[in-house]
Design a protein around this ligand. Structure first.
Ligand SMILES: *[C@@H]1O[C@H](CO)[C@@H](O)[C@H](O)[C@H]1NC(C)=O
Ligand SMILES: *[C@@H]1O[C@H](CO)[C@@H](O)[C@H](O)[C@H]1NC(C)=O
Ligand SMILES: *[C@@H]1O[C@H](CO)[C@@H](O)[C@H](O)[C@H]1NC(C)=O
Ligand SMILES: *[C@@H]1O[C@H](CO)[C@@H](O)[C@H](O)[C@H]1NC(C)=O
Length: 405
């Protein structure tokens, strides 16, 4: 029994991390030994971009089912695509019995000029993708950037998908922020659900950065699907990171550490310390980057009646862990003057008046002008096969509080 437990732990620990392959590794097939051998599933797929942390940098990530030894992005302004970036290759084994090996390729493109459009394809001598293009991130002529913000989009019944793909391809959106919960679930059917989802988002994600937060539906095996399939800036595992774009400092966190504690309690404290430091740095830099926007899957406020954490008077995300109230996020975000908090999880959309400690703090001239408290937006209605909540009622916190007293 003890042995079994040990090996289980060992496997999950492996799965939590990225498994980067050595450059000159021995391949399953070896052309030098047998020229009639070669990879069969070398065709790149699931191509997606993510922001590298500055407008001059972009990550390109893709997948193949065979190890091609190496992988490249060929890219440039003209037809010739005369620049070449080499990918690091990772082996992704989802840990489920009967699953197949997946090879994930991650490349970084540097020297991108804002406003310039580049063509690219990805692959190796054994197969190249179709040609895609992207434009170096640059403020729109009307000011700012346009983000598509949503959470909770499944592979089945992804009602928002067509709209997102179309808007992205027509240049109406500069970046996607997916606030957790994807595919429902990526690990299903030996991870084929994840492959399907990544193929579905490709017509958007191959053209503009697709930035993600982890949701509860990604909890399987210590969030291994999420960690392995996405590449986010300044981080190994993409679970917590931050970046500046234009006048905004974006912070992305995992609210799921608070709920899937079997993957380690220490992740809550680690994230908290990182978050406090990041907020301090962001505040020191307000003269350059005045806004702070956070993004995490599970909200601290909502007006649904589904019994989720956000419906509780003492929500864990808001107030911290039971009894001790350690690591609650509301005070921390308030103290550091966070402007907007983006959430999902609830399959509905709602935008709140500025609120702190269950009290509305309206702005000076109107609710959103210089408000003394953060504005919460819950946007988890990109749709899957799961239930969608619709209610017309406007519910205020005063109403909720009086209901509970
Ligand atoms: C889960 O992954 C994190 C790193 O992302 C690691 O610190 C933790 O130990 C892992 N937990 C388990 C149970 O393997
Ligand atoms: C998983 O695979 C089985 C057997 O091929 C199929 O019947 C089922 O619909 C699949 N499930 C999903 C969620 O795709
Ligand atoms: C939050 O509101 C409650 C109830 O009105 C009050 O007792 C408490 O002191 C407030 N906490 C803070 C930190 O303002
Ligand atoms: C905040 O402003 C809105 C819109 O002007 C108003 O309906 C609401 O009553 C105000 N709330 C408070 C607490 O001042």
């Amino acid at each position: 029994m003890r042995l079994l437990l040990f090996s289980l732990l060992f496997i999950t620990t492996l799965n939590a991390r990225l498994h980067r392959l050595k450059p000159n590794r021995k391949l399953k097939w070896d052309i030098a030994k047998n020229p009639n051998q070669g990879p069969m599933k070398a065709q790149p797929e699931q191509i997606h971009l993510s922001y590298g942390g500055s407008p001059s940098t972009m990550f390109v990530t893709w997948l193949a089912f065979d190890d091609t030894g190496n992988g490249f992005v060929e890219w440039g302004e003209g037809r010739a695509m005369d620049r070449k970036s080499t990918a690091h290759v990772y082996l992704f084994q989802d840990g489920q019995s009967g699953s197949v090996d997946r090879y994930i390729f991650r490349a970084v493109l540097t020297g991108i000029e804002p406003g310039k459009t580049y063509r690219y394809h990805v692959g190796s001598q054994f197969g190249w993708s179709a040609i895609y293009e992207f434009t170096g991130l640059k403020e729109r002529s009307e000011g700012g950037f346009k983000m598509a913000v949503f959470g909770d989009m499944g592979s089945q019944n992804a009602r928002s998908l067509g709209k997102i793909q179309e808007m992205v391809q027509k240049g109406d959106v500069d970046m996607v922020l997916h606030v957790g919960d994807m595919a429902y679930d990526m690990n299903e059917n030996n991870s084929e659900m994840g492959d399907e989802f990544m193929r579905q988002i490709e017509p958007a994600a191959a053209y503009i950065p697709y930035m993600t937060a982890v949701g509860n539906h990604e909890n399987n095996r210590n969030f291994t699907q999420y960690v392995n399939r996405f590449t986010m800036p300044g981080t190994e595992n993409g679970l917590m990171y931050s970046f500046d774009l234009g006048l905004v400092h974006y912070i992305v966190i995992s609210t799921e550490f608070y709920f899937f504690t079997s993957w380690g309690w220490e992740q809550i404290g680690n994230q908290w310390r990182w978050l406090s430091e990041d907020l301090e740095k962001a505040n020191d830099n307000r003269h350059n980057v005045p806004w702070i926007i956070t993004m995490g899957h599970r909200p601290m406020y909502c007006s649904d009646f589904d019994g989720d954490d956000c419906t509780k008077y003492e929500s864990i995300i808001r107030n911290g862990l039971p009894e001790t109230h350690a690591y609650g996020l509301e005070k921390l975000f308030y103290k550091h003057g966070v402007d907007i908090e983006l959430w999902a999880h609830e399959h509905s959309y709602e935008r709140m008046f500025p609120v702190y400690n269950r009290t509305v703090y309206n702005g000076t001239d109107s609710p959103y002008v210089d408000p003394p408290a953060p504005v919460h937006v819950v946007t988890g209605s990109a749709v899957s096969v799961r239930r969608i909540y619709c209610h017309q009622k406007q519910i205020t916190f005063d109403y909720e509080i009086s209901m509970r007293q």
